[in-house]
Design a protein around this ligand. Structure first.
Ligand SMILES: Nc1ncnc2c1ncn2[C@@H]1O[C@H](COP(=O)(O)OP(=O)(O)OP(=O)(O)O)[C@@H](O)[C@H]1O
Ligand SMILES: [Mg+2]
Length: 371
């Protein structure tokens, strides 16, 4: 049964090696190369149609791959049918058997494996406790709320001690409050059982709450994989930068001198240091990187800045959020303390400034957030 007393990382390693999946006339997944470490919580995050479900189905064995291969604990699984891969799977729609009570639903995988009756009973009782449904064993799915049904689905996916748990938007059908509650429960269960979890979502905040690492999908490819702070602070592509959180994007054609760049930008010239690349660029600034000044002479020495017009000044209780318009119509977003930009009204001219070490200069691929 699940070891609920230890946090040791006993999970399984999954290697996805150069995997592609093509359908007639459509590419679902293109050259995905990803290692999921033992005991890790890895989330596949990306917009609709980016290849997340297909990747999960390839791991589970529900879909055949077109090229590449997948290893589970070092063993190639290309010819191993899905029910032999030892993986637990939870989908968005709980898919419980309506004519079976909760206990029988959860015991289903144990019956398939011909586990002795007494052992089945013990394991079902234990996993019901883990998902917080002790005492619900005799109920039928129709007598449970959506969140409770999804807990039963988790229990059924976990009861046979799967090598890894795969989940495809398991909270997608639930309302926001319940979703947030279950996110914390999934995180707790992951910490308790110490197994490998692969989780699919298109919800960036959900990915941040749950994951050890996040793989960002776009157009069937993994654009970047890493812990959330790395994706947020060191995005490698404009897509990753704009998908992971709010940002202000200043576009232009940089002049390079070695690693130093200069970007002429509507009444300002901004500069910084980056690995050089050819073509147009986008400077991505996070809302907390930018500060506001009423007048140019108030800007501290050594800061980069540009003129803006205040479009919104939003009181958030713990701080303020500003929406700005830059000379070319670009929208800027600033978040800071209540003192930040005090007295700035909608329509006021102002200056946005930031430290030259903040922000990421990236090739401008023309991509904005696809959400
Ligand atoms: N059976 C299929 N036949 C043809 N095309 C498919 C098939 N399954 C998926 N696709 C295509 O592959 C691409 C990736 O689909 P996938 O379901 O993996 O996306 P997703 O990231 O899970 O999206 P969502 O967030 O909407 O669930 C999509 O363009 C989809 O239309
Ligand atoms: Mg999907």
């Amino acid at each position: 049964m699940l070891e609920t007393t230890t946090t040791s990382r006993t999970g399984t390693r999954i290697d996805i090696r150069n995997v592609s999946k093509h359908y007639a006339g459509a590419t679902a997944v293109e050259d995905v190369d990803l290692t999921i470490e033992p005991g890790e919580f890895l989330t596949l995050l990306g917009p609709s149609g980016s290849g997340k479900t297909t990747t999960l189905n390839l791991i589970a064995g529900f879909t055949d791959l077109s090229s590449g291969h997948i290893e589970i604990d070092g063993e190639r699984v290309d010819n191993i049918p899905s029910h032999r891969r030892g993986l637990g799977v939870v989908f968005q729609h709980y898919a419980l058997f309506p004519h079976m009570n909760v206990e029988d639903n959860i015991a289903f995988p144990l019956r398939q494996r011909k586990t002795p009756k007494a052992e089945q009973k013990r394991q079902v009782a234990e996993v019901l406790e883990t998902v917080g449904l002790g005492g619900y064993g005799q109920r039928f799915p129709s007598e449970l709320s959506g969140g409770q049904q999804q807990r039963v689905a988790f229990a059924r996916a976990m009861v046979f001690e799967p090598r890894a748990l795969l989940m495809d938007e398991p909270l997608g059908a639930l309302d926001k409050n319940l979703r947030e509650k279950l996110q914390l429960e999934i995180k707790r269960i992951h910490q308790e059982v110490g197994r490998t979890f692969v989780f699919v979502t298109h919800d960036q905040e959900e990915a941040l709450v749950l994951s050890d690492r996040i793989a960002i999908f776009n157009n069937g490819r993994v654009e970047q994989v890493g812990p959330s702070d790395e994706l947020y602070e060191q995005p490698r592509t404009l897509f990753v930068a704009t998908f992971m959180g709010e940002s202000t994007v200043l576009r232009g054609d940089p002049q390079w001198q070695g690693k130093e760049w200069t970007l002429g930008f509507h009444g300002a010239s901004v500069r910084g240091v980056a690995e050089p690349f050819a073509g147009p660029a986008a400077l991505v600034l996070r809302p907390e990187d930018i500060q506001l000044a009423h007048r140019e002479e108030e800007i501290p020495a050594g800061r980069q800045y540009c003129p803006v017009t205040v479009k919104q000044n939003i009181y958030l209780g713990s701080g303020r959020k500003f929406e700005l318009e830059l000379a070319d119509g670009t929208v800027g977003i600033v978040r800071g303390s209540l003192a930040q930009g005090a007295g700035l009204e909608v329509g006021d001219p102002a200056f946005a400034f930031w430290h030259p070490e903040r922000g990421s200069l990236l090739p401008d691929t023309g991509t904005q957030s696809a959400t």
